[in-house]
Design a protein around this ligand. Structure first.
Ligand code: 5GP
Ligand code: ZN
Length: 162
């Protein structure tokens, strides 16, 4: 089990271990992908690590990259078979972000113009902040990225423009 191993019942662990029913469309030694049980559109796939990690923040970097790599490999296939050129690649990480199943997963969602689904950005509930606020937040992020105490070996110094 992963660092965020849980004793709670996990439907995706059951699927990974062959104890839960699923329509699997891809598998390798670290990941499996299967059809979402309640798809936005036909072809909606979930890409799931075999090991249990609750949220994106818990997933080791290399594994997170691998899941995204699987998403990139499946993307053209899903687009072809669904007949839809458009896709959302979605990760809901944490309760406030709308995560319902606390075994990390990547959604690959083929989209149709009038399917009624939406990831409503830009957010209509937000004012556009003053440039100074945007600059200040960007500067704080750059500061954190360059902090030698917090930086881990895999992170590269930021070249974020500013
Ligand atoms: P979340 O809100 O956690 O990002 O998304 C969870 C997704 O898992 C939903 O789209 C939901 O339809 C799907 N899901 C929930 N339970 C099952 C299940 O037992 N089997 C499959 N294949 N998908 C599930
Ligand atoms: Zn799990």
């Amino acid at each position: 089990m992963g660092v965020a191993a849980t004793t709670r019942h996990c439907i995706f662990c059951e699927i990974v271990h062959g104890a839960g029913e699923a329509s699997i469309c891809y598998q390798d030694d670290r990941a499996i992908a299967f059809m979402d049980i309640q798809p936005v559109n036909a072809g909606h796939v979930l890409i799931v690590p075999r090991e249990h990690f609750e949220t994106l923040s818990d997933v080791p970097h290399a594994l997170a990259m691998h899941l995204f790599d699987v998403a990139l490999r499946l993307g053209p296939v899903v687009r072809k078979l669904s007949g839809s050129p458009d896709l959302n690649v979605v990760v809901n990480s944490g309760e406030a972000a709308g995560q319902d199943v606390f075994h990390h997963h990547v959604h690959l969602i083929p989209r149709r113009p009038d399917d009624g689904f939406d990831v409503p950005l830009p957010f209509s509930g937000s004012q556009m902040p003053d440039r100074t606020l945007l600059d200040a937040m960007a500067a704080r992020i750059i500061g954190e990225l360059h902090d030698p105490v917090k930086r881990t070996s895999r992170e590269q110094p930021a070249s974020l423009g500013a």
